[in-house]
Structure formats: C-alpha cells, structure tokens
Ligand binder design. Structure first.
Ligand code: MRU
Length: 339
C-alpha cells in the first residue's frame, strides 16, 4: 500500500490522510515544514516508523525552504529541532532527524548538494523500513500457528510504517506461509486506529478481521476467542519495557492472566538503549477534544476534564517475545547483537 509519496523534484510530500479513513481516501500535501509538523501532530500520518519516514522527507522539505537564506545552516538547525520534537514518544522521529543531521557533519556542501544527498537518504530510510518489516514478518511468522486468532491494538500495519507493517507484517507473513489467521482489531479509542485503520487495510487485503470494543478484551480472552496478541511499539528501552498506544498495558496484563502469548514487533531502530527503563519514556498527552468529541459532536458534559495520555508502558516481564528484523528476543531482554 503506497501512502507516503515524495516528489523530490518539486519537494512535495503526499500523505494519505489517515484522519479521513476509511470513508475518504484523500491526499494531504506538505510543501513546507509547517505542513509536515501539522501532518505529524494532527495525525494525518501516525505510527512510529511512518513518523520517522515522514520526518526524513520533512528534512528535505525544510532544506528547500531555507536554502536561499544567507544563514541557511542555522535556519536549518532551528527547523530540525522543531521537527524532531513534533511528537515525543516515538523514538523513530528523533532517530530519523539525527540520521539526516549526521550526514551534514563531516562534509562541507552547498544546500543543493545536501538536498540531493538527503532526498536519496530519505528514500533509502523508506525503502529499508519496508524491507525490515518483511524480514521481521518472516522471523515472527514462526510464532503464529494455523487457525490462530490474533488480537492487535492500535494500527501497526502498512499505514503505520513505510508499508507492510510490523505487527500486521508478522500476520501477513504467516498468511503468506499458508496459515489461516483471523485478526481481532481492538477499536483503540480515542483516535480509533484499530476500528478505522487496521480494519481498513486488512479488509483491503482480504485478511479476516473483526473489530472489538477495547473493553471487550477480558471477555474475549476469558472465553478463548483469542489465542495470541501482537502489537507494535513506539519505543523499547534497554530493559525491554515497551511504550505503545494507550491500552496496550491493560491488554498485556489480561493476556498474562489468561496464559495468552503477548508479542511485540518493531524495527531495531525503535530500541532506545539510551533509556534504561519504561518510566524514562516521555508520554505524549494529546488534546482533550479527542476524548470529549466524536466527529465534532461533544459526548461529555461541557467543561468536564479528561485524561488523554496517548501511550502507556508495558513492562518487559509481560512480553513473551520482541520481534525485530535482526532476531527474536526473549525475556530477560538484552539487545546486544553479535554480528
Ligand atoms: O498515536 P499513534 O497512532 O502514532 O500511535 C501508534 C502506535 O501506538 C503504534 O502501535 C506504534 O507506533 C507502532 S506502529 C508500527
């Protein structure tokens, strides 16, 4: 599924607008840094790897915007700082911006030359993301069995990545191996990534999917209507604690209670070994309207206060395995790779 398209000649980034799915398939165009920041913060595009890819293309757009300034380098630095802070929890955002910034360090180049380097680098980050998803899919697919009913929370599919998906990539790979898999997509209030986006992309691919209210999880597990869980991640820290969409922690506790394996799938770049434990991860708080309103209609009494934490932390001991493109890790987590 193509949902992020960059035209390097015009320096325009086109994003399939995820606020409008599944009803409308409309494209949102980013011409300036301001548009990219809007797209990230308003969730035109979302999902940790997709946020990272968008940020990489965003660097190119910013460079085109500032290239004619006499002090283009300092304007660029200022913009990159704003870009890398657009959303705080997914480490892929700052990871991608840093990767682009590192390319400026050792070479003295003109803005035009840097643009050419960056446009290629951003495309490569995008291409590699799809490749990594497919690799992690192949590794993770061995954990799924024929006739499994797999619950997922939020959307960790093609729409949340460069394409194919992390958690949904594992499911896609298992189906490509000939296994019959049914997916339960938790609706994922308030933005409804599960009900709108996971259901949309799985239905498009003819993968059997049922949407469940978030609060049906315990009942479904108790009644053996689900036998595995697989989710994505926004950040994984050194001890294996995982930040993912709000509600993930509750699903993991319920999975443990009902002896259901709980898997996390994420590219290695989502692992932030700079942080030692989950409590160190910044948790984004989003605007109250996401909770108080459904499609512009207020559902709560006027003026009532709400919680709108966008992510929670699942402790490492509740996670049966962490699937990356390099290998599948098991508790206790140690992400050192001998290669
Ligand atoms: O707020 P969102 O929609 O960006 O949150 C997305 C998630 O929590 C995903 O599960 C996570 O980014 C992994 S996407 C492969």
């Amino acid at each position: 599924m193509k949902h992020i398209v960059f035209d390097a000649d015009r320096s325009v980034l086109k994003l399939l607008d995820q606020r409008l799915l599944p009803e409308q398939e409309k494209w949102f165009e980013c011409h300036k840094l301001e548009d990219v920041i809007f797209a990230l913060q308003q969730m035109v595009i979302r999902g940790a790897p997709a946020i990272g890819i968008t940020a990489a293309y965003g660097c190119c757009i910013l460079l085109k915007e500032v290239q004619c300034h006499r002090d283009w380098k300092s304007k660029l630095e200022q913009g990159l700082k704003i870009l890398s802070q657009a959303r705080p929890t997914a480490v892929n955002l700052s990871w991608a911006v840093k990767k682009m910034q590192d390319r400026m360090k050792d070479v003295e180049v003109s803005p035009k030359e840097l643009y050419e380097i960056w446009a290629k680098d951003a495309l490569e980050i995008h291409r590699q993301d799809i490749e990594m998803n497919k690799k992690m899919g192949r590794l993770g697919a061995d954990l799924l069995d024929d006739k499994d009913v797999v619950m997922t929370h939020c959307n960790a599919g093609a729409l949340a990545t460069g394409g194919y998906g992390t958690a949904l990539g594992v499911i896609r790979a298992a189906i490509e191996q000939g296994k019959q898999i049914t997916v339960i997509a938790n609706e994922t209030r308030p933005f409804l990534q599960g009900a709108r986006l996971t259901a949309y992309e799985l239905q498009k691919d003819d993968i059997p999917v049922k949407v469940a209210c978030d609060n049906a999880c315990a009942f479904l597990m108790k009644n053996q209507l689900v036998n595995k869980v697989i989710v994505g991640a926004d950040r994984i820290v050194a001890n294996g604690d995982v930040a993912n969409k709000i509600g993930t922690y509750g699903v993991a506790i319920l999975a443990r209670e009902h002896n259901i394996p709980f898997y996390v799938a994420a590219p290695f770049s989502t692992i932030d070994i700079g942080l030692s434990k989950g409590e160190d991860i910044p948790i984004e708080e989003r605007c109250p309207q996401e909770v108080t309103h459904i499609e512009n209609k207020q559902i709560t009494p006027q003026g009532v206060e709400v919680f709108n934490y966008a992510f929670d932390i699942t402790p490492a001991n509740l996670i049966s395995a962490i699937i990356t493109e390099k290998k599948v890790f098991y508790f206790p987590y140690d992400f050192k790779i001998n290669s």
